[in-house]
Design a protein around this ligand. Sequence first.
Ligand code: GDP
Ligand code: IMO
Ligand code: MG
Length: 428
Amino acid sequence: MSNSIVVGTQWGDEGKAKVIDWLTLRSDIIIRYHGGANAGHTVIVGDEKFVFHLVPSGIMYPDKVCIVGNGVVLDIEQFLSEVDDLQRKNISVDGRLFISDLAHLVLPYHKVQDASSESQMGIKKIGTTGRGIGPAYADKVSRMGIRVGDLRNWDRFIAQMKINFDLKKQIVELYHHPFELKFDEIVESYRIFQNRIGPFILDTSEYLFRAVRQGKKLLFEGAQGTFLDVDHGTYPFVTSSNTIAGSACTGAGVGPTLINHVIGIVKAYTTRVGNGPFPTEQDNETGEALRSFGGEFGATTGRPRRCGWFDSVLLRKAVQLNGITRLALTKLDVLNKLKEIQLCTHYEINGKRSENFPTNPRDFEKAVPVYETMPGWQADLSGCKKMSDMPSAARNYITRLKTLCYDVPLLLISLGPERSQTIELEKL
Ligand code: GDP
Ligand code: IMO
Ligand code: MG
């Protein structure tokens, strides 16, 4: 397979990890390039379930190299706990898991600041994962962040952390929120982390450049989804990184000329965790059915995901923003029992037809979805190994969905969480 970027086309949790695990078979190096431990990526292998927050989902294959790029904000404690979990399951990461020295750290005070700012916003809160993502990225662009590579110089690391710690304490206490962290305790735990993290630190951009020259194939693992992008998403109800394909280059330190494909992961319906507008949301029995059939509970926070119908307005915008060359359709099986399925073809905004995603958030809040109703297939798809095995109603749904998304070709269709429950339509 050529070098490909995998992106979520909705609000995250599209099943990216399942597809990445599948595509890893045809890649050599898997790279996370943005976000942090707010991601929850689930891979099911046989009876075992693995949920990754920071380690790339390709780690399950012992001959693959995995990289956490400079664009990620790294919570070392979480990272090391994932490494320990893998080792307990006899998956060794030695010599094949690396972190960019330029990645910024998420420190304990970022999580306290995240909680404090959410609480300060009251009903206007974002509904973050509480993983300190926003404050860590804010420090990065404010040029006061601390990077993984800074751990190489302990005295400088401690001095910078002390300045930041004191500042965060003042900010949080200004709002009369609790700040119970002890600086000395953080120093003590980072002393241990410093010793353990050393072997993982690498100039990953240099590593990737050389690997490509040797003919290695790269797979960039996106986190979150297009509409959580800090610029193009449903601001302010977004995450704090660029989630779209363009950020793979800056977040991994590679040039755009390396990229051959952008694979958009699209769930057969829509979900969202946290606050913010969601035109096709079904806050009713249909939404409950989707949540229960699809197991739609957050892989990071356990929160019930808000569920609704497929929204082609979002998908068309996602195709544009990411330059998607292939779509991977996931969780089609979740619709198995439904008598009728609705698909949003366009919106009405202030009484006017709109085929396009409105950049004005006030317009998006007012968008009324217009649906097309299609008959369900009411059959189990789990035994289907090729398109022609599927009932015609399922094939019609897929065809309609694809037509509404500029007819971007489908790479695969996922019919269940396991590796074998995948229909591959093309080998890239
Ligand atoms: P990600 O964040 O995009 O990687 O997705 P998550 O792991 O947060 O959520 C997707 C959930 O759906 C996980 O529990 C997967 O095991 C599961 N899943 C993935 N693909 C399919 C599928 O095709 N059908 C079903 N039923 N479940 C799936
Ligand atoms: P994966 O990679 C779904 C959402 C949060 C919140 C908003 C901001 O598993 O698809 P943050 O903690 O990032 O500041 O929260 O973004 N969010 C996600 N929703 N899947 C994710 O990741 C998410 N990562 C962040 O729920 O609404
Ligand atoms: Mg997820």
